[in-house]
Design a protein around this ligand. Structure first.
Ligand code: HEC
Ligand code: HEC
Ligand code: HEC
Ligand code: HEC
Length: 98
């Protein structure tokens, strides 16, 4: 195999539909910010938001787009206990933890 300038580092072994992620994507604010930027908006690694958005969040609550579903299912992207990840911490807007 020839080295590819655009290939992610070898630590990126978590294949998501053909896109290689580093291990630990469920807690990106702990595991990805050193290279992908403090807000995951990109640094030496690309922004996460080139590929991830909240387009599928079609349940609008007072103008704020939410995904429909149980709050435990949000932690895949909103970080451990929904404390913040690709999507914001629920506690940024909700007083009680969800
Ligand atoms: C040590 C630095 C570093 C860390 C830590 C890191 N990345 Fe990366 N990542 C990179 C670099 C560098 C690239 C490739 C940049 C380029 O070539 O454009 C990349 C690319 C990627 C890509 C794009 C792959 C593709 O095929 O386009 C994904 C997805 C990604 N990283 C996910 C993650 C996730 C998720 C984490 C945390 C769990 C993480 N990375 C942690 C440096 C890092
Ligand atoms: C080059 C495109 C690309 C980039 C950049 C990228 N991802 Fe992904 N990611 C994907 C694809 C494709 C999937 C699998 C399909 C899906 O779940 O959306 C995925 C899946 C995920 C999932 C699982 C979602 C689920 O529903 O199970 C997480 C979490 C995730 N990525 C985190 C990150 C983080 C954190 C970064 C930035 C450090 C990042 N991704 C950057 C393309 C990308
Ligand atoms: C596959 C990943 C993923 C899952 C699962 C997910 N979200 Fe998100 N969510 C995101 C991303 C990405 C954003 C946008 C972050 C940005 O652009 O700043 C976001 C943003 C949001 C926002 C902020 C919207 C705004 O306008 O500020 C809310 C609220 C939200 N999500 C609710 C939820 C809820 C509730 C669930 C679970 C039922 C959930 N999300 C599950 C990825 C996800
Ligand atoms: C950017 C602000 C914001 C974020 C972040 C946010 N919400 Fe909301 N959410 C709202 C607003 C505004 C409403 C409508 C007013 C209300 O009911 O509190 C709402 C309503 C809700 C409701 C329906 C009302 C209820 O009490 O049953 C649920 C459920 C909910 N949010 C869950 C979540 C979850 C889970 C997360 C994190 C994944 C989250 N929200 C993140 C702003 C936000």
């Amino acid at each position: 195999m020839t080295p590819d300038d655009d290939a992610p580092p070898a630590t990126h072994t978590d294949d998501q539909d053909g896109t290689l992620h580093a291990q630990g994507k469920e807690d990106p604010l702990a595991n990805c910010v050193t290279c992908h930027g403090v807000d995951l908006g990109g640094d030496s690694g690309p922004t996460c938001y080139g590929c991830h958005d909240n387009e599928d969040h079609t349940s609008t609550r007072d103008g704020v787009r939410h995904l429909r579903g149980d709050s435990s299912s949000c932690a895949t992207c909103h970080g451990p206990d929904n404390s913040g990840g690709l999507g914001p911490a629920c506690s940024e807007c909700h007083r009680r933890r969800r």
